[in-house]
Design a protein around this ligand. Sequence first.
Ligand SMILES: [Zn+2]
Length: 388
Amino acid sequence: MTSDHYLIPLLQALVRIPSPNPPGDTRAIAQFIADEMGAAGCAVSQVAPPAKPEAVSVIARVGQGDPVIMLHAHIDTVPIAHDEAGKWSVDPYAAVVKDGRLYGKGSVDDKAPLAAMMIALQHAAQHVERLRGTLVLVAAAEEEVGGRLGTRWMADAGLLPQCDFIVVGEQTHNHVATAHKGVMRATVRTTGKSVHATNPDRGVNAITAMARAVLALDEYHKSLQTRVHPMVGTPSCNVGVIQGGSTANAVPDACAVYLDRRMIPGEDPAEVQREMEAVIASVDASPAQISIGDFLVSNWFASTVETPLARTFMDCVRAGLPGDPGPIGYLPGSDAKHLTGVVRGEMVIFGPGSYEVAHAFDEYVDVAELHITAQILIDFVHRTLIQG
Ligand SMILES: [Zn+2]
């Protein structure tokens, strides 16, 4: 079985429709996907949340009844950063193919898995008379900014069907990933009293107080290393930004640090928040005031691969890949965390390439690897949905 010769031209067309987020206007690429899927014979809808009507996602489906299998990829990309623009060796939106690689912004993240999934739906549509079950493509906006107005919104609005198996397309080198970490962001603030630096003991130094908090947070980070998840490793707590003071000749009255706390599957975000509050409560900041707040959660995801559909998917990956297909952990986050409410079976993350070349200049996907992605998806559709 070979994947379609249309795969690479299709990916080129997708890369040539820029969809950077911010601003996250996906109307043009959504229209293209909707036209392609409609022409193939799929039932197609374009949807957008009232809060951001230009963030259009596409839901295409072919077939009916059970099982319901969803292929999910996001259609927005990160924008081209200021310090990145001059580093590209090719036009980031030209979709140049060179030495077996297709280059472009969004080429691997996430338009390559999207193209392979579109080919899989076209394939199912060609065999619609023998199709037993439903294949759904979700081409989602807003993933790069957290998915709240994309996949989360679609799931909450009841636009997505309950699925027996979901493939979320991201960069796993065609291995099967079943877990990623979550993130909790928080801000710690200290408040003191500003006086002239000629007599600092009359003031209260907010930076000195924060220094104690930073050391306590480092101890907390170290204490987390005893918690180990078999696929994604340990939790962490990183102080990423510190802000405070305005001049050397005054005692600073305010300081803030911004934290990134990675959660492993199984950690309860509410419990993690309580832990961090306890760490800050234990800091002797007196006479400065100290507080922690602005908690922001992006949850972890974890699945097993034990249902018959998941086992079949593993078999298809094994047939297409040399070596061990996994399951493995995936380090960045994904829209999988928003889909747990619409999956009654299991969910995996799968796609060509590496997240290490995503979000950077000269992003590319290996053409041969992408063909394997498409072959695996088509093989899976055949084994699970197409009779005879
Ligand atoms: Zn992605």
